[in-house]
Ligand binder design. Sequence first.
Ligand SMILES: [Zn+2]
Length: 165
Amino acid sequence: MILQGRAKYPVREAVLHTSATPGGWADGRSDEEILDSFWQWHVRENGWRKIGYHRILTPEGRVIHDNGRRLRSLYEVGAHVRERNRGTIGICLIPARTVPNVMKRGATFDDYYTPEQRQALTQYLRELAELTDLRWVTGHNDYAPKACPGFQVRSADWLPERAAA
Ligand SMILES: [Zn+2]
């Protein structure tokens, strides 16, 4: 069980996002360089304390985390989805192909993200489910009128099978 913040909100949900960077943006960038860019957007430009997400997934399938140095630790409330930050984990997927601002009808994960990313996300959610009481995997677009992460996230597609007790 992971509890977030001083008020100890239990983590039960992962919310998927896109970085809205153009296709190819992450090519050749190191994790540190990627974190530098997010730091610029979230901290320098937005004035936040830290980057708003807990994890960033590259098109190559790397899960970026830094023990809460610049990203949020799992024990910290994030800043990624208005009114739903408490008890959620914000996972930002860097797209391999540009995600349009407006939701494309019938768009799927594979339109913007890579097989390596799918595998990394599946694996990461499995790990998260072992640490938390993960019940829902949702998208930013479930809570705000925006395309992010570019496709309709169905919990059943992503939620790991619960290990038999
Ligand atoms: Zn988002």
